[in-house]
Design a protein around this ligand. Sequence first.
Ligand code: KG4
Ligand code: ZN
Length: 356
Amino acid sequence: MLCLGVETSCDETGVALVSEHGLLGQRLASQEAVHAVFGGVVPEIASREHLRVLPLIYRELLRETGTRSADLGAVAVARGPGLLGSLLVGVSFAKALCLSLDAPLVGVNHLWAHLLAPGLEGEMTFPALGLLVSGGHTNTYFIESPLDFRPLGRTLDDAAGEVFDKVAKDLNLPYPGGRLVDRLAGRAEPDRDMFPRAYIDNASLDFSFSGLKTAVIQHLSGRQGLRFEDLRLEGLDSVLDDPPVDLARVCASFNWSVVDTLRIKVERALRACAGARSLVVAGGVAANSMLRRAMAELAADHGLILSLPGPDLCTDNAAMIAHAGRLILGFGRRHGLDLEAVPRGRAVPEDWVRES
Ligand code: KG4
Ligand code: ZN
């Protein structure tokens, strides 16, 4: 069955086609450049861009893959959590398609879709311990099956990706700067005493990153020369390839503090709920080089199979939405045309209806 996936939860507009043979094709239109000048995503601009771009990339995807609308067996759409105005564009588009084609609609939890994404590249093993690290979330789950996620820990303040982006912003790097900090961090050894690993001296499975963020910003405020505006170097690329050693060390030490905090909490979560056979790491920050190495080591130490999507599948995309939609349909679940979008901060309900 051919399933169209639609992703508009933040600043990436995506459409993808997934069948039993895997990913047939996808189109992703990034709004990064539009929002970069504002140093973050501007919700109203994001919605307007989705509205403009979504029908265009849908047409392109059909043309590229030689597909007709009538071939679609189902439409899966990211229904939250995300920016409400952005989600409404994707959900309305998906509903309109389903109405006109008389095809089933499936609303997909964007966070679950991230954690199910490795299934597009190979078999996943359940139960799994899931770590979702993105721009908006830092969550751990015990995942019994693609329909059964038990929340374990979450961030009490900033998400890991948000802290990467804020540190990058303080360095005057363009938004979103996580991957640039990653590149700089690769150029030095971390100083493990430079920054704190917040909220680890307790039994909690929750995370807190705001203390680390403040520590890095304070460190930088006393060293104005580390900021990009003061470096007086030509292009960004040349700095990223050969950064001043102090700058690279700050990035490496900050990156290490985030990664080691994640490692400690994942190990704690594994102890709290025995039985996981695999470790899944997903979301934009799962593209981080140091985190990928640390999680590979952790999985090996605990005898767990590691499911880590390729870097392109870590960040927001529609392939993961189409894939999760097919899995939900495979369990005989779908949604009606009354499907609601769920904004950030609200739990996404498991309000599927059974396939009749
Ligand atoms: O999952 P995602 O694409 O969007 C959300 O749902 O939030 O994650 C985006 C986040 C951004 O904060 C971005 O800076 C971060 O992922 N990110 C990284 C890397 N690549 C993307 N953070 C650290 N290292 C990376 N290589
Ligand atoms: Zn995401």
